[in-house]
Ligand binder design. Structure first.
Ligand SMILES: Cc1cc2nc3c(=O)[nH]c(=O)nc-3n(C[C@H](O)[C@H](O)[C@H](O)COP(=O)(O)OP(=O)(O)OC[C@H]3O[C@@H](n4cnc5c(N)ncnc54)[C@H](O)[C@@H]3O)c2cc1C
Length: 568
């Protein structure tokens, strides 16, 4: 159940899971399928229930940054983005970042996931063995408008009995026909694909989103009333873990947390393991404060190093993106809704009453995963940073209007992301106080190839709207940049993180000591009693929005843990 207060904690738990995002929620659900295994989930934030802003898919852009649902982190100044400091949202509360994200369900390419097997030297992390875990987490459901979805997804690659709702759009948008028509007019450059989640991701397709019958499906969906009724599962909210402590030499199975009543730090021991699922930013931060990290850096900060693991917090890899926007010759865009309070309100009431209408979907009905031409100067000059020749370099999201109110005009907006970046950065700490925010440096555009890819993505988005399908629609290009130098400056002034950090506690092969933080069984190297199950363990960043991968990692992790203890 969800505990009312820290006073309700039991004295014995087999596993203590830190964090209730996709990693922590999925693994704690699966472990407690066995009534003999007891799990406590400790989450820094609250229940996140009864919030219209969280539940209504189209309101996703209102959830961050600088809100009650966000840790409200920012990056360090990014030198390649004209020293701008960017918001770096992370969700807090039940659902973690999956309660505040923008709901797009993508897995990346087969090559992306096969690269995990290669980097870990463990075939169980490759596509063929991971596909069942992607499916196991998923509860594909029909769109609320009941339209025929033949050719909008491929059922053989989806799961129908999992916990996380996934659906194709449940309300049409006025640009849908133009997007599809473009794939018919320009099929060589913009081929239509039925489903971007089959491992073969390239093409323009219908968005699949983390939605269950018109409502956001966050990782809290793993805690159904039936699951919460399990006597062996407790969830403690509003409780922040500061460090992981050893109970004896190298056995790190004790959490230190802030007692909400006394304001003092208390300890609680897991009889088997602590599972860190605090996400790609907080997990390495907790490890560093616990003395697990680069021994030299920790010593210089005044933290006693207990385990020397220099990769903790390193290799932070993230997507970067920027929007191209056009003024259009139509009033049938979201801008019209946003500017009209009465209309907005009545559409929200429609969502509340019948879970229908524009609010049942996220910000776009179509997306594209595309590559640069194989003979492009960029690839010849820099090599190919993608996981292989069937993996996207960039992604487009086709948005019928802006998501913030403007004084006038109607818009087409195409955020373009570089989804196979070569750049990387780090999460570090600069204080001994575990409650201080970490230093987040995603190192955006630190590798030169990445700005070239983003520049080509912007040019490609412009070619997309040059198709005849848009000829009576586009009024004015608002990007105002055509030369390489102008586009680069536009990127440096406007690009943002796409909020997909991974790899800060990356897996590396068993026996590898010069890089990596966890072994392929997700146990922290050189340590007993401590495992990590979240986005931080991904050995590389898929060309995809990241939550689907984290659910699959957690499903796999649960099987690994169950078999380690003979529960399977
Ligand atoms: C604005 C935004 C949009 C995004 N859009 C998409 C999208 O469209 N599709 C997609 O697939 N992905 C998207 N993502 C990314 C996706 O949500 C994350 O990859 C995913 O949630 C990561 O899961 P996780 O379990 O690793 O960590 P998280 O979801 O971050 O969960 C970590 C949990 O740990 C808790 N925690 C942290 N520190 C402590 C502590 N010290 N003590 C106790 N609890 C702690 C946190 O409060 C949180 O609940 C988006 C992210 C953002 C920020």
């Amino acid at each position: 159940s969800i505990l009312q207060s820290q006073a309700d904690l039991k004295s014995y738990y087999d596993f203590i899971v830190v964090g209730a995002g996709p990693g922590g929620s999925a693994v704690s659900n699966r472990l407690t399928e066995d009534p003999n295994v007891s799990v406590l989930v400790v989450e820094a934030g609250g229940a996140n229930n009864d919030s219209l802003t969280i539940d209504v898919p189209l309101l996703c852009t209102k959830l961050t940054p600088n809100t009650q649902w966000d840790w409200n982190f920012t990056t360090t100044p990014q030198p390649n983005l004209n020293n701008r400091v960017l918001p770096f949202p992370r969700g807090i509360g039940l659902g973690g970042t999956s309660a505040v994200n923008c709901l797009v369900y993508t897995r990346g390419s087969k090559q992306n996931i096969d690269k995990w097997a290669e980097l870990t030297n463990d075939s169980s992390w490759g596509w063929d063995r991971m596909l069942p875990f992607f499916k196991k987490s998923e509860k594909f459901n029909l769109p609320v408008d009941g339209h025929n979805i033949t050719n909008q997804f491929n059922p053989s690659f989806h799961g129908f009995d999992g916990y996380i709702g996934v659906s194709v759009p449940g309300a049409g948008r006025a640009i849908d026909g133009r997007v599809i028509q473009t794939t018919q007019e320009l099929p060589d450059e913009f081929p239509f694909t039925t489903d971007v989640n089959t491992g073969d991701q390239l093409g323009v397709g219908w968005v699949q989103a983390l939605i269950d019958r018109g409502v956001r499906s966050s990782s809290a969906s793993y805690f159904t009333p039936q699951v919460l009724a399990r006597e062996n599962l407790d969830i403690l909210l509003n409780t922040r873990v500061s460090r992981i402590l050893p109970s004896s030499n190298n056995f790190f199975n004790v959490i230190e947390y802030l007692d909400s009543v006394s304001g003092t730090l208390k300890n609680l021991t897991a009889s088997k393991e602590v599972i860190l699922s605090a996400g790609a930013i907080s997990t390495p931060s907790i490890l560093l404060h616990s003395g697990i990290g680069n021994a030299t850096t920790l010593t210089s900060l005044g933290i006693t190093p207990l385990i020397n693991l220099p990769s903790v917090g390193q290799n932070l890899t993230d997507h970067i993106g920027v929007s191209s926007t056009w003024l259009v010759n139509s009033t049938l865009t979201y801008d019209t809704v946003l500017r009209n309070a009465t209309l907005s309100e009545s559409l929200l009431r429609q969502w509340e009453d019948s879970k229908t209408g524009i609010n049942v979907d996220t910000s776009e009905n179509h997306l594209a995963f595309l590559r640069l031409p194989e003979n492009s100067t960029v690839l010849r000059t820099f090599g190919d940073p993608a996981a292989g020749n069937e993996t996207a370099h960039f992604e487009f999201l086709f948005q019928n209007g802006l998501s913030q109110i403007t004084a006038s005009g109607n818009y087409l907006n195409i955020p373009s992301g570089n989804v196979s970046p070569k750049s990387s950065g780090s999460v570090t700490i600069n204080s001994t106080n575990p409650f201080d925010a970490p230093l987040i440096d995603p190192g955006l555009l630190s590798a030169e190839v990445d700005i070239h890819i983003l520049r080509e993505a912007i040019r490609t988005a412009h070619r997309f709207v040059e198709a005849a399908a848009w000829s009576d629609y586009i009024l004015q290009d608002l990007t105002n940049a055509t030369t390489d130098a102008e586009i680069d400056e536009f990127i440096r002034n406007n690009a943002v993180s796409f909020f997909h950090p991974v790899s800060t506690s990356a897996m590396s092969p068993f026996g590898t000591t010069d890089w990596g933080v966890v072994d392929p069984d997700l146990r922290v190297k050189g340590v007993n009693g401590l495992r990590i199950v979240d986005a931080s363990v991904a050995p590389s960043l898929p060309a995809a929005h990241t939550s689907a991968a984290v659910y699959a990692i957690a499903e796999h992790a649960a099987d690994i843990i169950k078999s380690a203890y003979g529960f399977l």
